[in-house]
Unconditional design. Structure first.
Length: 291
């Protein structure tokens, strides 16, 4: 046999053996398992009560200050206020829009639900940012400790004055009203008209904080004769009211809701030194009264 042919046969045999060994090794390797398909569980949500806009300290909550926001159920803090309903993910597209419209209509009909209604009238004691969950620790309600100090505006003081049907506008003064604090007394040292009788406006446009122990107007709208009315007055008016009470009874004059004299929403000390006016025959004269 030709030596060249013998060499070709040997090379071919060696190649065949190598191919056989390679195929054996490949077939011996374990097959990779098929990829595992992980089915994601649908994320349920629960509506949480949040601030509809920034709420600074002292704001009295109304329905316009609160709204419901979907929140992942598994990440809800125990302090959050919820509507108690665990909802599946809403459908997409037109069905989702219809779902949102249905929920919004329900909120309008039932006033946002019992949880939202129960917070109306509460006062914010710590700032709440827009979209932040509303929690009980950031609110104070009438009857709670610290309520009056939260309701008071900066620089103002709460002063209680005794009243009767005669001195308290017949019982028609209610929390939230505005009044003028007045007093009439005799001063023998006064040299002027009125035989020494001085009619004094101590404070103008004072906000009524409470009538007796009630900080909310009566739901039936009826008048009630109170024994004490608490007013919000400037710090410099507090000693003037105290001094007025030592001279005798004081009277509260109910102001018209539309009357913004003296600055809308701000109580002021009437007069210059120390804030006294003489009212005679419809004429008002500023006078200085020594203490």
């Amino acid at each position: 046999m030709n030596p060249v042919r013998i060499a070709i046969l040997v090379v071919a045999a060696i190649a065949a053996v190598m191919v056989a060994l390679l195929l054996r090794n490949v077939s011996a390797k374990p097959k990779a398992p098929p990829p595992t398909v992980v089915m994601q569980q649908p994320k349920f949500t629960t509506r949480v009560l949040v601030a509809s806009h920034d709420l600074p300290v002292g704001v009295r909550l109304g329905s316009q200050d609160m709204t419901w926001q979907p929140w992942p159920t598994d990440s809800i803090n125990g302090a959050y206020i919820t509507d108690g309903v665990k909802a599946a993910p809403k459908p997409a597209g037109v069905a989702g829009a219809a779902h949102d419209a249905q929920i919004a209509a329900k909120d309008v009909i039932d006033g946002g639900g019992a949880a939202m209604q129960s917070l109306q009238g509460a006062v914010v004691r710590s700032d709440i940012a827009k979209g932040e969950p509303i929690v009980a620790g950031k609110l104070v309600r009438a009857g709670d400790g610290g309520y009056m100090s939260v309701v008071l505006k900066p620089g103002m003081r709460a002063m209680a004055v005794p009243v009767s049907a005669e001195t308290g506008a017949g019982g028609f003064i209610q929390p939230g009203d505005r009044v003028d604090v007045m007093q009439s007394f005799t001063d023998q040292n006064h040299k002027g008209p009125g035989n020494g009788v001085v009619d004094q406006i101590v404070v103008s446009n004072a906000r009524v904080l409470a009538v007796d122990q009630s900080t909310e107007p009566p739901k039936n709208g009826r008048s009630a004769v109170a024994a004490t009315i608490t007013l919000e007055v400037p710090a410099d008016a507090a000693p003037l009211i105290t001094e007025a009470k030592t001279r005798g009874s004081i009277m509260l004059a109910l102001r018209s809701y539309a009357d913004m004299a003296g600055g809308p929403g701000h109580a002021s000390v009437a007069g210059a030194t120390p804030g006294m006016r003489l009212i005679k025959g419809g004429q008002i004269t500023e006078v200085a009264v020594s203490r």
